[in-house]
Write a protein that binds this ligand. Structure first.
Ligand code: 13P
Length: 255
C-alpha cells in the first residue's frame, strides 16, 4: 500500500452466502471489530441481503456493496437489478466482472464495460475484477491479459470518473482454492493493472487508483500482501464470512 497516493479499501465479497438474518448477525458482530479502521471497509452482499445489511451497518464505518449490476436503466430484463435500484437501497459499491460471473454467467469484457459505465453514471463505485487463469499464466499471457481486461473495462470511462473506480486483481487460480498468489505475484499483477491505467489515463491517474488483490487473502497472509507497494487493499471471499478474520485483515490494512 502507498497511502500517500491512494486509499486502502478492504472489501468482503460474500458471494452466494448468508441469508438476510445471517447478514444482520454477521455485520453486528463485525461493527465493533472494525470501527477504528484506517481504511475503507466494504461488504458486498447478495441482492436480497441488501436491506438487512444497510440497516445493520447504519451509523457505522461499514459501507455496503452489491455483487453485480445490470447495465440498462430499466426494462424487460427479468431477474436483473439496475444501478438506480441499488443506489436507492443504500448501496455505494458494486463488484463488476467477477471471474465467477465471467465463467458461469456469460460475462464478457464488453458487458463488464457496460456495467462499469452504468455503475459510475449512477454514482456507484465499481470494483472491477480482472485476472488470468492458470493456463493463461503458464502460457505467459498474464501481463497482456490484465492490461487488455483493464482497458476494455474502462473504455469510455471519463477521466473525472476514474477516482470512483477500484480494480481488483484476482488471479482465477487463487480464488477459493487456498492457493494465494505470492506477495510478489500480487504486486506484479497489480502493477500491470496500474500500468494499463497509466497508458489509458496517464501516470497521475494511475498513481491515485486503488488496486486490490483478491484470491485466498486471509488473516494469516494479508499483512504480507498489503505491505507491497501496489497492493492497496483486498477483495476477500471466504475470510469475509468470519468476523474475526475479516477484522484482522482490516487491521492489517490500517497500519
Ligand atoms: P476467496 O477469498 O474465497 O479466495 O475469494 C476471492 C474472491 O473471489 C473475492 O472476490
Amino acid at each position: 500500500m502507498n497511502k500517500a497516493y491512494r486509499k486502502a479499501v478492504i472489501a468482503g465479497n460474500w458471494k452466494m452466502n448468508k441469508t438476510p438474518r445471517e447478514a444482520s448477525a454477521l455485520i453486528s458482530e463485525m461493527r465493533p471489530l472494525v470501527q477504528n479502521a484506517d481504511c475503507d471497509v466494504v461488504l458486498c452482499v447478495p441482492f436480497i441481503d441488501i436491506p438487512a445489511a444497510v440497516e445493520a451497518a447504519k451509523d457505522s464505518n461499514i459501507k455496503i456493496g452489491a455483487e453485480n449490476v445490470h447495465f440498462k436503466a430499466s426494462g424487460a430484463y427479468t431477474g436483473e437489478v439496475s444501478a438506480q435500484m441499488l443506489v436507492e437501497s443504500g448501496v455505494e459499491y458494486v463488484v463488476v466482472g467477477h471471474s465467477e460471473r465471467r465463467t458461469y454467467f456469460g460475462e464478457t469484457d464488453q458487458t463488464v464495460n457496460l456495467r462499469t459505465l452504468a455503475a459510475l453514471e449512477a454514482g456507484l463505485k465499481p470494483i472491477v475484477c480482472v485476472g488470468e487463469t492458470l493456463e493463461q499464466r503458464e502460457l505467459g499471457y498474464t501481463e497482456t491479459l490484465l492490461k487488455y481486461q483493464t482497458k476494455m473495462a474502462l473504455t469510455n470511462v471519463k477521466p473525472e470518473q476514474l477516482k470512483n473506480v477500484i480494480i481488483a486483481y484476482e488471479p482465477v487460480w487463487a480464488i477459493g482454492t487456498g492457493v494465494t498468489a505470492t506477495a510478489d505475484q500480487a504486486d506484479e499483477g497489480n502493477g500491470f493493472v496500474r500500468a494499463a491505467v497509466a497508458e489509458a489515463f496517464g501516470e497521475e491517474a494511475a498513481k491515485a487508483l486503488t488496486v486490490q488483490y483478491g484470491g485466498s487473502m486471509n488473516a494469516g497472509n494479508a499483512a504480507e500482501l498489503l505491505a507491497k507497494e501496489n497492493v492497496d487493499g483486498g477483495l476477500i471471499g471466504g475470510a469475509s464470512l468470519k468476523a474475526a478474520d475479516f477484522a484482522t485483515i482490516v487491521e492489517a490494512a490500517s497500519k
